[in-house]
Structures are given as C-alpha cells and as structure tokens.
Write a protein that binds this ligand. Structure first.
Ligand SMILES: [Zn+2]
Length: 54
C-alpha cells in the first residue's frame, strides 16, 4: 500500500496508515523525477512524500 502526500497532508496520511494498518509506516521523499507526475492522495498538489508498508 502506497500513499502519496503533499506537505499539508503528510500528518493525515500517517494517521490514516496507522489507523488502517495498526503499525507505523515507512515515509520517504518522492524521487525528484516522479514529483511532477505524482499527486497527493488527498488533494491536487504534487506529492512530496510516499507513505508505504515495509
Ligand atoms: Zn495534499
């Protein structure tokens, strides 16, 4: 499960992950070459972070 998030929604994305998965996720920066093509899961902004399962 990968969730992409902008700066605004990263806390929300982490909360949702913990609530759904019952564990803390890995949080990484979106690779530079993917930033323009990747949108936040919660709004239309470009994603800066990816929240994922290990
Ligand atoms: Zn967002």
């Amino acid at each position: 499960m990968n969730t992409y998030s902008c700066e605004t929604h990263i806390n929300h994305a982490l909360d949702v992950f913990v609530a759904e998965q019952g564990k803390f996720p890995i949080m990484e920066a979106v690779a530079e070459e993917n930033k323009l093509s990747t949108k936040c899961s919660y709004c239309e902004d470009a994603a800066l972070y990816v929240v994922r399962d290990e």
